[in-house]
Design a protein around this ligand. Sequence first.
Ligand SMILES: [Fe+2]
Length: 194
Amino acid sequence: MRSDLNHDTIVAFLADIFDRRGGEEYLGEPVTMAEHMLQGATIAERNGLPEDIIVAALLHDIGHFTSEFGTFTMDDTEDRFHEDAGAEVLAPFFPSAITDCVLYHVAAKRYLCATKPEYFKRLSEASIHSLKLQGGPMSPEEVAEFRKNPNLERIIQVRYLDEAGKHADMETPGFAHFAPMVQRIVDRHRNGES
Ligand SMILES: [Fe+2]
């Protein structure tokens, strides 16, 4: 973990990743990485969802940039366990209501495929492809275990926003629009309020 990250620098750190790396391709989708995350956050905001959901959608794929976190090893591949890496870098600064959405957004896809037949139709081709690599739909035992998570509802909401944020042409505000919201959540967490 990078030692220069703290409650006052984390938001600028995340903004900088969006700036410098956001233009990278979101593998197999018609959007860049930044567009994908900004679209999810924008759709959440337009639907009046709470700030923790908006911020979770905004940051859910931040783990794709593992090389920024100081935890990169040569064994890493682009997409491998990006959800773990993302949750790990956010964990000191954000409540579990947000980090769980990041940590389990891949598991949520496997959960929804196992429990909601109509959900599968929402998946893009790339998402179906990665589903196979991620272990396919959950088994009944895995589903039962997953349901125990107190943040289940949030996790599912963010997963739907993940699916929704793949429009080839959607106007969204940039990271700066969401930065004050992100900082509010970081500050609340620092003060032990969430
Ligand atoms: Fe995503």
